[in-house]
Design a protein around this ligand. Structure first.
Ligand SMILES: Cc1cc2nc3c(=O)[nH]c(=O)nc-3n(C[C@H](O)[C@H](O)[C@H](O)COP(=O)(O)OP(=O)(O)OC[C@H]3O[C@@H](n4cnc5c(N)ncnc54)[C@H](O)[C@@H]3O)c2cc1C
Length: 393
């Protein structure tokens, strides 16, 4: 049967380390395994290295899931304020970069070191560069065939993340184990990911790459008002990344380049006041010059406003406030921050994060079908779900 632990956590990322420290604090003999030589690369990349480690308003409205209420219990039992108390114990500072999005003053590495500090303080062991080759269930728990030999445990916590950012060590391991042990997995797709536009539009917009403007981006019922960045291949920036998690192939995005304004009324007033002015001139008051020119050319909205009939003003206003573009693809897992979909939470207890009919098997973090919006929600989910499982594993 091999070396025995009470708890084995597979994955030494954000969620796995929280689970391990919490379980070891209860006196459980815990081992954390990771196939990477230096785990935690996704955490190190988070927030551009500054780690947007939580959002003070984290709650179900900020998560996508086929089972939207599942996340509530864990989020309520380990809140952003609990994580802030942990930061304080380690002397780490933070700043609010708007609306409750908290970033660590000392950066992502300090958060990773803090998590390992907690893990080793609580007495959980870590083995890196240890791929798990197979998992078997038996009456007393689970056994794992690893590169370093056979291991056994009562409780197995799968914290191997999703498919986003493969160079961080991401793998489909968690989904494979779930399927093997009879736990359903919902279809996955990249989320918080730049979107690719059709070639013809790419060509028109490529000279504008790097321009970022405040904009509204809506996809179905989800709408976001944040910065929109034009890239060489399409759209990125917080507004597009947010919308990407909701986007399905074939669906149009609705772009509002003049958020918070009423362009139809504004254009009519402009036509009255300065009939010889062009739409481009008007737009240059609101958008970068190059973008203003590209937009009017793209929509054929040239000539002085006095030549516009009311129907033309309607069309111009729609082009500005409800510009429909249909991406052809996303930039894929390589550039995605998260994986939408994953292990079906209906099979799990929302209190313990254990599989209902296999109380020794837990899934935490990104591997689950719980995906946060941009702003610190995904890491808060990693902390909350990790702690929830660690209390019962
Ligand atoms: C570029 C980028 C920036 C981000 N910024 C933020 C941010 O600022 N705020 C925020 O809230 N979220 C952010 N996220 C999302 C956030 O980092 C993730 O949601 C979170 O790290 C998921 O934690 P996890 O523990 O579930 O998985 P991970 O952190 O991915 O950890 C999984 C671990 O499992 C290991 N593993 C995988 N397969 C195996 C296997 N077969 N055997 C053994 N070990 C395995 C991996 O090596 C890894 O160490 C960002 C993501 C990216 C990619």
């Amino acid at each position: 049967m091999g070396e025995r632990y009470e708890v084995i956590v597979v994955g030494a990322g954000a969620a796995g380390l929280m689970s391990a420290a919490t379980a070891a604090d209860r006196g459980r003999r815990v081992l954390v395994l990771d196939h990477a030589r230096r785990p935690g690369r996704k955490l190190l990349a988070s927030g551009g290295g500054h780690c947007n480690f939580t959002h003070l308003d984290s709650g179900p409205a900020h998560f996508l899931s086929d089972n939207p209420r599942f996340c509530i219990s864990a989020l309520q039992r380990y809140t952003p304020y609990d994580f802030l108390a942990l930061l304080e114990r380690y002397g780490l500072g933070y700043e609010d970069r708007g609306g409750g999005q908290l970033f660590c003053r000392q950066g992502s590495r300090a958060i990773l070191e803090m998590l390992h500090g907690e893990r080793s303080r609580a007495g959980a062991e870590l083995r890196t560069a240890t791929p798990v080759r197979a998992v078997r269930r038996h009456e007393a728990g689970y056994s794992l065939a690893t590169a370093g030999g056979e291991l056994a445990c009562e409780s197995l916590v799968i914290a191997t993340g999703g498919l986003s950012l493969p160079r961080s060590g991401a793998s489909g391991f968690g989904y494979a184990v779930a399927r093997q042990l009879g736990v359903p997995v919902r279809p996955t797709r990249p989320g918080l990911v730049p979107l690719v536009l059709p070639a013809a539009l790419q060509e028109r917009l490529a000279p504008l790459a790097g321009i970022s403007v405040p904009a509204g981006v809506a996809c179905g019922d989800a709408a976001f008002h944040e910065a929109l960045l034009i890239t060489h291949r399409g759209l990125s920036g917080p507004a597009a990344l947010q919308a990407s998690s909701y986007w399905r192939p074939g669906e149009a995005l609705h772009l509002d380049l003049l958020p918070g304004q009423a362009p139809r009324e504004a254009l009519e007033a402009q036509r009255r006041r300065r009939p010889r002015a062009t739409l481009q001139r008007y737009l240059e008051g609101h958008l970068p010059k190059r973008l203003a020119r590209a937009v009017v050319e793209l929509h054929g909205l040239t000539g002085p406003l006095q030549g516009y009939r009311n129907a033309d003003l309607d069309a111009a206003a729609a082009a500005l406030a409800d510009w429909r573009v249909t991406p052809v693809d996303t930039e894929g897992y390589r550039k995605a921050e998260v994986t939408v979909g994953g292990v079906d939470t209906r099979a799990l207890s929302s209190k313990t994060l254990a599989v209902r009919d296999q109380p020794g098997l837990f899934f935490v973090g990104e591997v689950l079908d719980v995906t946060g919006q941009l702003g610190g929600h995904n890491l808060q989910w990693a902390w909350s779900s990790g702690v929830a499982a660690g209390r019962f594993a």
